[in-house]
Design a protein around this ligand. Structure first.
Ligand code: PLP
Length: 395
């Protein structure tokens, strides 16, 4: 039986990131893994912090009966309380365990939140450059992705957002620190965004929910602080995970946190729990919920990421590549020296350097580099970047 039309369409439009990753595997087989420099995937190479290993040991040595069983679909009350306490400390907002639903990572959290708020044909606004999976997550639940541009500093254009919001708008997704641009939104921008959403929600007579996708919240450099969207707009639904801050992407542990003053909070929470169950996640992994309970204030060291960022940024800008210096996450998003970003990344690929074209993020004319990888790969890629820069007269 062939795959459905919907799935075939989704696969045909499938992510450039995956495509480059798969092409990388072929190249590694052909040329040898040590000659291919794969900067395409955001799969962190750092190990989880030592506190995580201590927790694993503690749990293994002190098992409690029932610790691997089903629990409430929203997750263990103790873990939800611990997530809420940390959020309340950080934001000053009175989150409690009742505002939290534990999920299989931010990906599941986004699917649950979108499914909960979107009717067939409703719109969810995203900003280019965007994390490409948003498109699939919105379509999964019969929503329509509506793309709004950002300015030359990759900040969402608020006048364009204002114009895009209409009766069909149910939610907008923001992501700071941003994948792929590395931009971190500041309080002044978030305050303007919050007022705009407040004004438009009142005019429409329905909430435009702000889905704040925050998995890179703790990966911020140069002393820049994370600014909390939830402080500026009560209809904020945080989606987050420990994929990046505890370096646990394979363990699929994350959460949704709804603002205590969010409109229709109780119905939304019931919806999240229902969707967690019926999308087939059932609940976030039990063992991981035990493991992260005491680790809400812990995260990986950013020193190594910042060093990698500085090394690559300094080298690439010296070669003539033009880009904003990323403030967070572990990506950079330089301009391609020619408008055709796919042709450009194919040239890099000839030099066995793998990156992702900007059109995979809705922004042609750029390319994404992921630097959450080992130093050898970063250093080894420089020759290829230099050769291609020379070819285009950058240096
Ligand atoms: N949102 C963004 C912006 C991401 O970059 C990713 C993963 O790379 C996710 C969500 C999904 O993360 P998770 O592993 O928590 O599902």
């Amino acid at each position: 039986m062939p795959a459905s039309d919907r799935v075939k369409k989704g696969m045909a439009e499938s992510s450039w990131i995956r495509r480059m990753f798969e092409e990388g595997i072929d190249l590694k087989q052909k040329y040898g893994a040590d000659r291919v420099f794969d900067l395409s995937l955001g799969n962190p190479i750092v190990e989880p912090p030592p506190e995580f290993k201590s927790e694993l040991r503690r749990l293994a040595e002190n098992p409690t009966p029932g610790m691997h069983r089903y629990m409430e679909n929203a997750g263990y009350p103790e873990t939800r309380a611990s997530v809420a306490n940390q959020l309340a400390d950080e934001t000053g907002i009175r989150y409690t365990g009742g505002d939290i639903v534990m999920t299989c990572g931010a990906a599941a959290a986004l699917n649950i939140a979108i499914k909960t708020v979107v009717n067939n044909g409703d719109e969810v606004i995203i900003f280019a450059p965007y994390f490409a999976e948003y498109f699939h997550y919105i379509s999964n639940h019969y929503g329509v992705p509506r793309v709004v541009p950002t300015d030359d500093r990759f900040l969402p254009k608020l006048d364009a957002l204002d114009a895009a919001i209409g009766p069909k708008t149910r939610a907008i997704i923001i992501n700071s620190p941003n994948n792929p641009s590395g931009v971190v939104y500041q309080d002044d921008f978030l305050a303007s965004l919050g007022s705009l959403l407040q004004k438009r929600s009142s005019q429409l007579g329905q909430a435009v929910y702000l889905l704040s996708d925050e998995p890179y919240k703790r990966l911020i450099y140069d002393g820049v602080k994370f600014a909390y969207p939830s402080r500026h707009y009560a209809n904020t639904i945080i989606v987050n995970s420990h994929s990046k801050d505890l370096a646990l992407p394979g363990e699929r542990i994350g959460f949704i946190a709804i603002h205590p003053d969010c409109r229709d909070r109780v119905e939304l929470l019931d919806g999240f729990v229902y969707c967690n169950r019926t999308l087939g996640f059932v609940n976030a992994p039990a063992f991981m919920q035990h493991a992260v309970r005491r680790l809400q204030a812990v995260s990986v060291s950013i020193t190594d990421y910042q060093r990698k960022r500085d090394f690559l940024y300094d080298n690439l800008t010296r070669m003539g590549y033009s880009m904003l210096k990323p403030q967070g996450a572990f990506y950079m998003f330089p301009k391609t020296p020619i408008p055709d970003d796919v042709a450009f990344i194919r040239e890099l690929q000839q030099e066995l350097v793998l990156t992702v074209p900007g059109q995979g993020f809705g922004t042609p004319g750029y390319f994404r580099i992921s630097y959450c990888i080992d130093d050898r790969t970063i250093e080894g890629s420089l020759d290829g970047f230099r050769k291609v820069a020379r070819r285009y007269g950058l240096c």
